[in-house]
Design a protein around this ligand. Sequence first.
Ligand code: UDP
Length: 262
Amino acid sequence: MIKKGKKLYEGKAKIIYATSDKNLVIQYFKDDATAFNNQKKSTIEGKGVLNNRISEHILSNLSQIGIKNHLVKRLNMREQIIKLVEIIPIEFIVRNVASGSITKRLGIEDGTVLKEPLLEYCLKDDALGDPLIAEEHIYAFDWANKKEIEKVKKMILRINDFMIGMFRGIGIKLIDFKLEFGRIKINGKTEVILADEISPDTCRLWDSITDKKLDKDRFRKDLGDLIPAYTEVAKRLGILHEQSNVTAVNVTKLSSVKKKNK
Ligand code: UDP
């Protein structure tokens, strides 16, 4: 049995805990939501539970098509055991349709379909606001080497193809998403594997027919109904069945009643 140890790191939406196995850590999904470089903050009850399940589903599917990633197994409603990796300090942004920051930065109309997937790199640095960088910056400052980036690019294309198809099959358009990768030693060799999470917090997901936003833009743009949207994604992925969905909603309702009574 793996025992939970001390908190190693607390991020905006997740906490990492040590375990009794030095190669494994526990990833805890919080209900906290942040946007616009931390200027907008809130707690959305139940979000962490949904992201834990959705990310587990996507990463285990990716591992079945040979994309190595950090997920070992989900432990409970909010936690999963993951392999400890050294995170490459780059956010890899994959775009199929223009939305969000690129529309403002380049004056591109929201919803413009790109003729091929566009990969952007941002430096993971909150104090600097995760600035957009060129591939050359990665090598100039040794954030990763060429071989690692070539490997990452190949993985990203496969991940994007797989995810576009997976979401299309359930009536959702994959507009864009963010990936992170980490280094890990496997049999004495350093390898790069997929890390972090893939969830409606890190993807833009639009209903195929209505273009309804089923992702964190509901929070960024104050559209409301974030939990119903994430629940819809989970339900369509086949993760939540009618019964457990009702239970999840009831749990959320119950806890908000409890809070009001405090
Ligand atoms: N994204 C993310 N974390 C970040 C920045 C972006 O998960 O720190 C995701 C975001 O949810 C969207 C995609 O990456 O699916 C592209 O985001 P964009 O660059 O448009 O940034 P934003 O509009 O959030 O400023």
